[in-house]
Design a protein around this ligand. Structure first.
Ligand SMILES: Nc1ncnc2c1ncn2[C@@H]1O[C@H](COP(=O)(O)OP(=O)(O)OP(=O)(O)O)[C@@H](O)[C@H]1O
Length: 315
C-alpha cells in the first residue's frame, strides 16, 4: 500500500489581503514523482514553502512524514528553492561538502559523494573552481547536487528546469528518474508541461491559488476532448455529414484540400468518423487522430487566459 509522506489539507495563505493559496489539498506518495503544475503566480512556491514549514498556513494543515514539518524532519528532505544562489567565492566541492555536512554527512564521505555527483552531472574538472567562474546553468547544477548530496528520501524542487538549456533540462530529467528508481520521492514544481508529461506518476494542477486537477497524466489527458483532423479532396460539408459526432470546425485549406477538425463527442471514436466519411464517398487526403498532450489538458483545465504566462518558457 502506498504511504503518503506529504499531505496538505485545506491549506490557505493570504499576503496583504490577497489570497495566494486557497483551500488546497493534495498528497505525495512515497516513491512516486509528483509534478506540481500551474501558471506563474498560481501559488506553487507558497504551497511548497508551507509544506516545509518555511511559511505557516493561515488555515488548514500540513503533515510531513506523518507530523508537523519540524527541523528534524527536514534532514530527510532535499529542497531546491526557487531563489538560486550559492556562495560565489567558495570552491564548488567545498559548497557541496558544506551542504552535505549541514545534513549530517561526514567530511570524507561528503567530498567523495560530491566528486562522484559532479561526474554524474557532467561537470568534471570544476570541483576546485570557484562558483563565480561557473555559468548560470552550471551553478544551478551545483545547487541541485547540493540538494541531493545527503541522499534525502524526499526531494522537493521548485522550478528546477528553469534557467537550464534544453540539453541540461534533459540531463535533469534523467537525474530525477534515477532518483525515483533509487526509491526516492520527488515533488517538483514547473509551468512547463513537457517535463511533467514525461516524468510524473501524479500531477497536481493549481491556478489562481486553487487546485484544479489531481491525478495521473493519463487521467489529465482523458479530460481533453479527443480530436481527429480530416483533410478531404472533395467539397463535402463535413459539419452536416458528421453532425452529432462532436464539435466540427473547418480550418484553412491545405494544398487546395479542405481541412476539418472534429472534437469527438463522448461515446464517439475516430473509427465512427472514418466510417461516416467512407460511406458517404468522401475522398480523404489525410485522416489523423490527434494525440493530446499535457499542455492541451492544462489549457482545457485552466483556461487559455491563465496559461498566457506559462507559454513564455518552453523546452
Ligand atoms: N512573500 C510574499 N509577499 C507577498 N505576496 C506574495 C509573497 N509570496 C508570494 N506572493 C504572491 O502570492 C501569489 C502566489 O505566488 P507564488 O510564488 O506562490 O506562485 P508560483 O505559482 O510559485 O509562481 P511562479 O511560477 O511565478 O514562481 C502571487 O500573487 C505572489 O505575488
Amino acid at each position: 500500500m502506498s504511504e503518503t509522506i506529504l499531505e496538505l489539507s485545506n491549506v490557505s495563505k493570504t499576503f496583504a489581503g490577497k489570497p495566494a493559496v486557497r483551500d488546497v489539498s493534495f498528497g505525495v506518495q512515497r516513491g512516486r514523482i509528483t509534478g506540481f503544475l500551474g501558471p506563474n503566480g498560481a501559488g506553487k512556491t507558497t504551497s511548497l514553502r508551507m509544506s516545509l514549514g518555511i511559511l505557516t498556513p493561515d488555515s488548514g494543515s500540513v503533515s510531513l512524514f506523518g507530523g508537523k514539518p519540524r527541523p528534524a524532519a527536514l534532514d530527510r528532505v532535499g529542497f531546491l528553492p526557487e531563489e538560486r544562489g550559492i556562495y560565489r567565492k567558495m570552491k564548488v566541492i567545498d559548497v557541496i561538502t558544506f551542504f552535505a555536512r549541514l545534513k549530517g554527512v561526514g567530511a570524507a564521505e561528503a567530498r567523495k559523494r560530491g566528486l562522484a555527483m559532479l561526474e554524474e552531472f557532467e561537470l568534471p574538472g570544476v570541483a576546485e573552481s570557484k562558483v563565480k567562474t561557473l555559468s548560470k546553468g552550471m551553478a544551478q547544477k551545483v545547487q541541485i547536487i547540493s540538494t541531493l548530496v545527503h541522499e534525502p528520501e524526499f526531494i522537493i524542487l521548485d522550478e528546477p528546469f528553469s534557467g537550464l538549456d534544453p540539453v541540461n533540462q534533459n540531463a535533469l530529467e534523467q537525474i530525477v528518474r534515477r532518483q525515483a528508481e533509487a526509491g526516492r520521492t520527488v515533488l517538483f514544481s514547473t509551468h512547463v508541461m513537457e517535463h511533467a508529461e514525461r516524468l510524473c506518476d501524479q500531477i497536481v494542477l493549481v491556478a489562481k491559488g486553487r487546485k484544479v486537477f489531481d491525478g495521473s497524466v493519463k487521467d489529465a489527458l482523458g479530460e481533453v476532448p479527443r480530436r481527429v483532423t480530416v483533410e478531404v479532396t472533395s467539397e463535402h460539408d463535413l459539419s452536416q455529414l458528421l453532425a452529432g459526432k462532436g464539435e466540427i470546425a473547418r480550418g484553412e485549406p491545405v494544398d487546395g484540400n479542405a481541412v476539418w477538425t472534429v472534437d469527438l463527442a463522448s461515446g464517439t471514436d475516430a473509427q465512427d468518423v472514418l466510417k461516416a466519411c467512407v460511406d458517404s464517398g468522401v475522398k480523404l487526403a489525410r485522416f489523423e487522430p490527434v494525440r493530446a498532450h499535457l499542455h492541451d489538458a492544462f489549457v482545457h483545465l485552466v483556461g487559455a487566459s491563465a496559461t498566457a504566462n506559462a507559454e513564455t518558457e518552453t523546452v
